[in-house]
Design a protein around this ligand. Structure first.
Ligand SMILES: NC(=O)c1ccc[n+]([C@@H]2O[C@H](COP(=O)([O-])OP(=O)(O)OC[C@H]3O[C@@H](n4cnc5c(N)ncnc54)[C@H](OP(=O)(O)O)[C@@H]3O)[C@@H](O)[C@H]2O)c1
Length: 223
């Protein structure tokens, strides 16, 4: 038995780094997708993979490197994310800021899945790190670009889940809760560990045929 192989994007800090660390601890072969490899503090047992998810050329290069080094992928955690409009107002939302947010939070995860699904087989898992801010059933007025990008990411999840069901690859969205990271800020009630637990449940504990859902702490979240 060879160790399962996982790619975690946005693993330089915050939730991505914690998820990468914990998967390596569990015996996974972990690739940490980071856009500035030199700036990352090394993690024991974790390989660094240069990857800017907003750049199609970077995605293609990362997929080629992963294929050459390992030949397959078992788990993709689309974690990289940005929030550029914390105090934003949808009535004055800058279209360029929305474009940048969608490129990282929504289109990047889709492109990465497109590039890496050929390396995945039945039992594979794609975990899209979304946010309660993307729930349509709980209307948000904060950070409109961010929240819209996560709603759209949830749509990516559903589309991919349907497309990959026949191949036995599970695709789900997860909310880590409001977590103390650079993005979440110091006022957030949850620790890094609690946020990572919510994400890791889909990698380590959820039934392999559970697909097309939105989850927090192992419980379904309304869209
Ligand atoms: N924290 C919360 O309360 C919370 C709540 C709900 C959902 N989330 C989601 O959880 C995920 C992780 O958030 P976090 O709180 O850990 O944020 P964070 O501490 O700000 O870390 C964000 C990570 O994403 C990376 N990143 C940003 N743009 C990238 C790009 N174009 N290509 C590759 N990597 C990129 C950053 O890399 P650099 O170091 O290079 O900038 C960093 O590693 C995000 O998707 C976020 O939306 C967080």
């Amino acid at each position: 038995m060879t160790a399962p192989i996982a790619l975690v994007t946005g693993a330089s800090r915050g939730l991505g780094r914690e998820v990468a660390r914990r998967l390596a601890e569990k015996g996974y072969t972990v690739l940490a997708g980071v856009r500035t490899p030199g700036a990352m503090n090394p993690l024991p047992g974790v390989e660094v993979l240069p990857l800017d998810v907003s750049d199609p050329a970077s995605i293609a290069a990362a997929a080629a490197t992963l294929k050459a080094r390992h030949g397959r992928l078992d788990v993709l955690v689309n974690n990289a994310g940005i929030m550029l409009d914390r105090m934003g107002d949808v009535l004055t939302l800058d279209a360029a800021l929305l474009d940048r947010t969608l490129a990282t939070n929504t289109v990047g995860p889709l492109r990465l899945a497109q590039a890496l699904v050929p390396l995945m087989t039945a039992g594979g898992r794609i975990v899209n790190v979304s946010s309660g801010g993307g729930q349509l059933s709980v209307p948000s007025s904060w950070s409109p670009a961010y929240c819209m990008s996560k709603t759209a990411l949830n749509a990516v999840t559903v589309q991919l889940a349907e497309a990959l069901k026949p191949r036995g690859i599970a695709v789900n969205s997860v909310c880590p809760g409001w977590v103390r990271t650079d993005l979440g800020g110091p006022e957030a009630p949850r620790s890094l560990q609690q946020g990572a637990d919510s994400i890791l449940w889909l990698v380590l504990e959820a039934a392999p045929d559970l697909t097309g859902g939105f989850w927090r702490d192992g419980a379904p979240l309304p869209w």
